[in-house]
Design a binder for this molecule. Structure first.
Ligand code: 3PG
Ligand code: CO
Length: 555
């Protein structure tokens, strides 16, 4: 039968302290002035790269290697940390939704049957990110869903659209909204009352995560549910164009707006008897809204009205909380993660990041599961993020504080694994501010230094890697790799992640002599890291895990 017990590694000892450092948004790309990691002063990461060649390598962090539909899909933190923690490659949300829509199975499931009961008398509301980024959602999936639901009885449909500019170019929201409007117009021709009802920028409206700032969700609630927003428009394309014309406006931070009819009345508040689907497949930035839509008892903000609706997520977003309880597509069944195995085998773990990435090294790492496996064996520490700012204003973020917590945990002697996420390269990279991203990369490097120094002191081992690229390329390029210019001759800033591989480095005084990266896994990816780390803890990985990156040569 099944057992949690891992076999001993034949050559590697147990009991070492391992620092597991994930640099968020830290890929490897050719050195030029748009590569902030290259431009920044990063002596520690440079020394790892230029040190022993058998202790540093690149691994894939995008596309099929992390369970995304195609190799044109950039990496992201959800799939990256899932792969790092789970040690296997799962077809991820994006792919699962594609399959369910293609086969039509999405309409046979419990979730759709549930919301469908509202179609006769109520409105169907679709809330989500309007983007083809493929990180949280995809416009083509929304388009297919609109078609599918209207063929299956939805007569009145309202879309609540969040503009992106973070996983895609800033300004692309206009084109996405035009595409959506076009589709809705076609539905209207068929006699379906389909309209956009509200909107706003994803970082300012609705899509907060890890309870960093409930005001973000409240602003969305007011527009989507109550039909109240500071800006009112008749037409959503005009709304976006007008709001973008304000000084310093961008897609990520557009203020909330509602669409009104000729009498100035909002066209789509959410009311008793309606159905709601949150169309994002990715969990982290939908969980807070899901709680507001689903929990009868809720005190994070005043909902004013709590409509009696039938609510389903595109996926179930939290497996532990079973949230939401209805969903259109079953999430990947990520089970037997490395974290769960290690707690069953006596490995004590400490995990830490600041709020905006805290769930990455806990929730995502553990297969989209919140909470501890065993609170006696694990300690998770969250450092509060600054809220209400864009991180180019404070590019050092909480890197130092995270490193101090990691250092203390390493020196305490209480833990075998000390796991952190350093958010800087990613969070600042997403702002598109190149100068600030350079500062961010330096801050992350300094944090790595503090952690490696502590590992040195206790005779431990370090594993330093990243979840996907971002800061190493800040410009949109043509197929030849040359920077693309806009009509005004300015470069187009790339706020999104990239397709680049990420580094992984191992070392430290506790690393057994003769440990080195294998040469026979040139195509390895993030999913190969879990078995590697299990080995360094002195265990063989389960046989269905992706193979370890390391071997031990006798010398
Ligand atoms: C976000 O949610 O901030 C971006 O869409 C993706 O960034 P992450 O995958 O690094 O969290
Ligand atoms: Co990111």
């Amino acid at each position: 039968g099944f057992s949690w017990k891992l076999n001993d590694h034949p050559k590697l000892p147990k009991g070492k302290v391992i620092a597991m450092v994930v640099l968020d948004g830290w890929g490897e790309a050719k050195p030029d002035k748009y590569n902030c990691i290259h431009v920044a002063d990063t002596p520690v990461m440079d020394s790892l790269k230029n040190g022993a060649p058998e202790k540093w390598r690149l691994v894939k962090a995008h596309g099929k290697a992390v369970g995304l539909p195609t190799d044109d899909d950039m990496g992201n933190s959800e799939v990256g940390h899932n792969a790092l923690g789970a040690g296997r490659i799962y077809a991820q949300g994006a792919k699962l939704v594609d399959l369910a829509l293609e086969s039509g199975k999405i309409y046979d499931g419990e979730g759709f049957q549930y919301i469908k009961e509202s179609f006769e008398t109520g409105t169907l509301h679709l809330i989500g990110l309007l983007s083809d980024g493929g990180v949280h959602s995809r416009l083509d999936q929304l388009q297919l869903l609109l078609k599918g639901v209207s063929e299956r009885g939805a007569k009145r449909i309202r879309v609540h659209a969040l503009t992106d500019g973070r996983d895609v170019l800033d300004g692309s929201s206009v084109g996405f909204m035009e595409t959506l409007e076009n589709d809705l117009a076609k539905l209207r021709e068929k006699g379906i009352d389909a309209q956009v009802a509200s909107g706003g920028g994803r970082m300012y409206v609705t899509m907060d995560r890890y309870e960093n700032d409930w005001d973000v969700v409240k602003r969305g609630w007011d527009a989507q549910v109550l039909g109240e927003a500071p800006h009112k428009f008749r037409n959503p394309v005009e709304a976006i164009k007008t709001l973008r014309a304000e000084p310093n406006a961008n897609d990520q931070y557009l203020p909330p707006f509602v669409i009104v009819d000729e009498n100035g009345k909002p066209v789509g508040p959410i009311v008793d008897g309606d159905a709601v689907v949150t169309v994002n497949f990715r969990a982290d930035r939908m969980v807070m809204l899901a709680k507001a839509l689903e929990y009868p008892d809720f005190d994070k903000f005043d909902r004013v009205r709590f409509p009696k609706i039938r609510y389903a997520g595109m996926l179930q977003y939290d497996g532990e909380l079973k949230l939401p309880s209805h969903y259109l597509v079953s999430p990947p069944e990520i089970e037997r993660t490395s974290g769960e195995y290690l707690t069953h085998n006596g490995v004590r773990t400490f995990a830490c990041s600041e709020t905006v990435k805290f769930g990455h090294v806990t929730f995502f790492w553990n297969g989209n599961r919140s909470g501890y496996f065993n609170s006696e064996m694990e300690e998770y520490v969250e450092i509060p993020s600054d809220s209400g700012i864009t991180f180019n204003v404070k590019p050092k973020m909480k890197a130092l504080e995270i490193a101090e917590k990691a250092r203390d945990a390493i020196l305490s002697g209480k833990f075998h694994q000390v796991r952190v996420n350093l958010p800087n390269g990613d969070m600042v990279g997403h702002t598109g501010d190149i100068e600030a991203t350079i500062v961010a990369c330096k801050a992350a490097d300094e944090a790595v230094k503090m952690i490696l120094d502590a590992i040195e002191q206790v005779g431990g081992i370090y594993v330093v890697t990243a979840d996907h690229g971002n800061a190493e390329d800040m410009v949109k390029r043509n197929k030849k790799g040359e920077p693309l210019l806009d009509k005004a001759g300015k470069i187009q800033i790339l706020t999104s992640h990239t397709l680049e591989p990420v580094p992984i480095a191992i070392g430290g005084p506790g690393l057994t002599k003769g440990v080195r990266f294998r040469q026979d896994l040139p195509g390895a990816g993030l999913a190969n890291v879990a078995a590697t780390v299990m080995n360094l803890h002195g265990f063989e990985a389960p046989s269905d895990y992706e193979p370890t990156l390391i071997e031990v040569v006798d010398n």
